[in-house]
Design a protein around this ligand. Structure first.
Ligand code: 5GP
Length: 188
């Protein structure tokens, strides 16, 4: 029986992964988004069960012990994890699933599921990232500094990925992302 494709979007904070993912879901049908669990505090505009499942540290650690996560990582000081059952069910039902996770998680997924297609979303420089994060305004100065410090290391991961999407122009980048997904679907 055929299985769905697993697409893993990663890239530094502020590169536009979330925006590109949302456009991708408007452009193409038949995609499932893997909603992660996190111990991070919910932002005002976020909705429980749509953006994340917001859980306590205790709950997250219990889920780790139970083997509920396909991958998990400590990112910028909080836990984030992908629920194993969501991914396995989608793939078995022949649905394509999209994960939007950090570089550590992307590496873990590739190690256990070599068929995963990693797509790295990036911008041309750390200065652009800083500008975007400042414009977004969802982080404190301390959180922003931490995210930028991590970004430099994360950007080196690009060359390991199957695809890189440079998000300097949203229209071009979203077209490129959709083309990548379509190319795997067309190949079967
Ligand atoms: P944010 O706090 O901005 O929503 O996300 C911070 C970082 O955590 C982003 O790079 C995001 O892609 C990543 N992230 C979100 N969910 C997961 C997950 O389930 N696993 C891992 N490893 N990273 C995640």
């Amino acid at each position: 029986m055929s299985r769905g494709h697993l697409f893993v979007l990663s890239g530094p904070s502020g590169a536009g992964k979330g925006t590109l993912r949302k456009i991708l879901f408007q452009q193409l049908g038949g995609l499932v988004y893997s909603i992660s669990c996190t111990t991070r505090e919910k932002r005002n505009e976020e909705i429980e069960g749509r953006d994340y499942f917001f859980v306590s540290y205790e709950r997250f650690e219990t889920m780790i012990k139970h083997g509920d996560f396909l991958e998990w990582a400590n990112v910028h000081g909080n836990y984030y994890g992908t629920r194993r059952a969501d991914v396995e069910t989608s793939l078995e039902l022949n649905c394509d699933i999209v994960l939007e996770i950090d570089v550590q998680g992307s590496r873990q997924i590739k190690a256990i599921m070599p068929e995963a297609v990693r797509i790295f979303i990036t911008v041309d420089s750390l200065d652009s990232l800083e500008e975007r994060l400042e414009d977004r305004g969802t982080e404190t100065q301390e959180q922003l500094t931490r995210r930028l410090r991590n970004a430099a290391a994360e950007m080196k991961y690009a060359r390991e990925c199957e695809h890189i999407v440079l998000n300097d122009n949203l229209e071009i980048a979203s077209e490129k992302l959709a083309d990548i997904v379509k190319s795997y679907r067309n190949a079967g």
